[in-house]
Design a protein around this ligand. Structure first.
Ligand SMILES: Nc1ncnc2c1ncn2[C@@H]1O[C@H](COP(=O)(O)OP(=O)(O)OP(=O)(O)O)[C@@H](O)[C@H]1O
Ligand SMILES: [Mg+2]
Length: 358
């Protein structure tokens, strides 16, 4: 198949969309998805992910701001002329058509002749492992196969960009991982701009070259998965990315120092309250660094790792142990963390304090 697809940069410039009510569904959102990038839009239910995609596709009007493709203003351009393919959570296949007819549908609409159509459909079907299913109807396919057909139907169009709205959330865990791999492989081969919506932080970390974190219609942070994980910009992002979520401890600084799990550490504020964040994976059983003793209240032993809910003084936090250790529960044990693994936030604004380290 040809690989010379056009690349397109998608820009949102102070975009707002209201549906009435006091809060905008998307609120002054500025975001640039560089050409050829796979960008993930991540956030909880209702934060405006689907609305953002629909605005980009032209299915939803915007109240303020500008949307551009490759520098060209799209605000008043008809959805069809925008030439982006949309893949939904519910596969939206035509039930009375075969797999082949479903995939060929966009090409038929475009008036491509039969021979060319068939060839193109077969190529795409083979790529997505649908070669043997072309004669079937959607109701005789599994969920994973149906979503592959929906992907194929988007792919044959050779669109300028792909918009995915939680396309894998109806599938079981194994199929999700498998189709995630398929989407990654497609992106590597085509290099087409993709915007992928999910509320699943693990999916975002794995798939995204860039992640845009949204909350209540507002952009919280935009960066590579590594940046967002290592330096969450605020308490919302800190709590949303990572599993289990980061431990957040309210402390009081005196003279630039505060007590964290009973240990005095330097903090990026001289006096007053702040919130310290420590990922469970950074508080390690028998680890090196600043040592704390804690009572293990409960554990989740998962085979390769064990998550332990521990009490340290008046604080209860989640800590981490290598391997399968169900026997830890009910005992005292030694855990350790490095001062550099602490994150610090302002308790009022929620914003990250300082930069590189506490
Ligand atoms: N057509 C509509 N009319 C009124 N309100 C709407 C409409 N579409 C979306 N909203 C509201 O806009 C907000 C954002 O909705 P949106 O569907 O974009 O969220 P989402 O992030 O995709 O959520 P989910 O993860 O549940 O799909 C919500 O508060 C929703 O109720
Ligand atoms: Mg949605």
């Amino acid at each position: 198949m040809p690989v010379s697809w056009p690349l397109v940069r998608i820009e949102l410039d102070h975009v707002t969309r209201r549906f009435g009510g006091d809060r905008a569904a998307i609120d002054d959102l500025s975001l640039e998805i560089q050409d050829g990038r796979l960008c993930v839009l991540l956030g909880p239910s209702g934060c405006g992910k689907s609305t953002t995609l629909r605005c980009i596709a032209g299915l939803e009007a915007i109240d303020a701001g500008t949307i551009r493709f490759a520098g060209r203003v799209m605000n008043d351009v008809d959805p069809r002329a925008r030439d982006v393919a949309f893949v939904f959570q519910n596969y939206a296949l035509y039930p009375h058509m075969t797999v082949e007819e479903n995939i060929a549908f966009p090409l038929r609409m475009r008036g491509l002749r039969r021979g060319a159509r068939q060839q193109r459909v077969r190529e795409v079907a083979a790529e997505l492992g649908l070669g043997d299913l072309l004669g079937r109807r959607p109701r005789h396919l599994s969920g994973g196969q149906q979503q592959r057909v929906a992907l194929a139907r988007a792919l044959v169009r050779e669109p300028k960009a792909f918009l995915f709205d939680e396309p894998l959330s109806n599938l079981d865990a194994r199929l999700r991982v498998e189709l995630r791999g398929t989407i990654q492989a497609l992106h590597r081969r085509l290099g087409t701009t993709m915007l992928y919506v999910t509320h699943d932080q693990a999916e975002a970390m794995v798939l995204g070259e860039r992640i845009a974190v949204l909350d209540r219609g507002r952009l919280q942070q935009y960066g590579t998965p590594a940046e967002i994980y290592a330096r969450p910009a605020n308490l919302f992002v800190a709590g949303f990315l990572g599993s289990p979520p980061m431990n957040l401890l309210r402390v009081v600084a005196r003279g630039g120092r505060a007590r964290c799990l009973g240990i005095e550490v330097a903090v990026p504020r001289r006096e007053g309250e702040l919130v310290l964040g420590l990922r469970p994976q950074d508080l390690v059983l028998g680890g090196e660094g600043l040592r704390v003793r804690a009572a293990v209240l409960a554990v989740e032993a998962l085979g390769h790792e064990t998550l332990a809910r521990v009490q340290c003084g008046s604080e209860t936090v989640v800590a981490w142990a290598r391997g399968h250790a169900p026997g830890l529960a009910g005992h005292e044990a030694g855990f350790a963390f490095a001062a550099e693994s602490l994150h610090a936030f302002d308790p009022v604004t929620g914003l990250r304090l300082d930069g590189d380290r506490v």
